[in-house]
Design a protein around this ligand. Structure first.
Ligand code: MG
Length: 249
């Protein structure tokens, strides 16, 4: 397997898939409120996808049963939407992907449910900042490790830890393509970034230790120490100059 370079036409299709992904995610973000069941978010995602003529990336992927992942508080990623009721003060990570014109978009946000603690807000801000730091390192001629290192340094400078067992990834006609993109690494290592690479950067940041465990449902990944976790993701394209974020409205 190697890193697939996309043509301008393929990037144009991915821009549309990314825009749809971002539109649905934004709709979901605005709907989050105390008292709602997480499965209501899945229903909204299904409805919006249908309206937009797109398909979910996650549903059926290795048997995943829903249109999006909903991960609450100490859940990091891969939470299955269901009967859980969101409470004031929770933080909820929404990870969503759409297929359009044969290409995937993949993006995630963490949002507060109503008012949350300053500690939770700071974790969310740091995770979003880490994603921006990773994107800011994604220039042609740089190395993949520059992105990983930028994310890790941003997170650890704020006293948090990056999850190590789950990574970002290349993306295109497949949701998961080469390369894997760890959220930790060394500057100047890894493949050289080239125009036409399309990457899903996704820092997963724990307030406590980086270690994880998987719940009895075999999907939901949680922090091993029970600390809060946040997750932000964008699909981006490497260009001639500054990186292009594809998962924006
Ligand atoms: Mg992803």
């Amino acid at each position: 397997m190697s890193i697939i370079i996309k043509s301008d036409e393929e990037i144009a299709a991915m821009r549309q898939a990314g825009r749809i992904t971002a539109m649905v995610l934004e709709r979901l973000r605005l709907q989050v409120r105390p008292g709602m069941k997480t499965k209501e978010l899945d229903a909204i995602a299904a409805r919006e996808l249908e309206k937009l003529g797109a398909k979910p990336s996650f549903k059926g992927y290795q048997g995943f049963p829903a249109n999006l992942c909903v991960s609450v508080n100490d859940e990091i990623v891969h939470g299955i939407p269901g009967e859980r009721i969101l409470a004031e003060g929770d933080i909820v990570s929404l990870d969503f992907g759409a297929i359009f014109m044969g290409f995937h978009g993949d993006a995630a946000v963490t949002v507060a449910v109503g008012e949350t603690s300053p500690q939770a807000r700071q974790l969310i801000e740091a995770t979003e900042g880490a994603l921006k730091a990773g994107i800011a390192a994604a220039y042609p001629g740089a190395r993949l490790g520059d992105i990983s290192a930028a994310i890790q340094h941003y997170v650890e400078a704020r006293g948090y830890s990056v999850v190590r067992e789950y990574t970002g990834h290349g993306i295109g006609r497949e949701m998961h393509e080469e390369p894997q993109i760890p959220n930790f690494g060394l500057v100047g290592t890894g493949p050289v970034l080239r125009k036409g690479m399309t990457l899903a950067l996704e820092p997963m940041v724990n307030a406590g230790d980086w270690r994880t465990r998987v719940s009895d449902d075999h999907w939901t990944v949680l922090t091993a120490d029970g600390s809060l976790s946040a997750h932000f993701e964008h699909t981006i394209a490497i260009t001639d100059s500054e990186p292009e974020v594809l998962t924006i409205v």
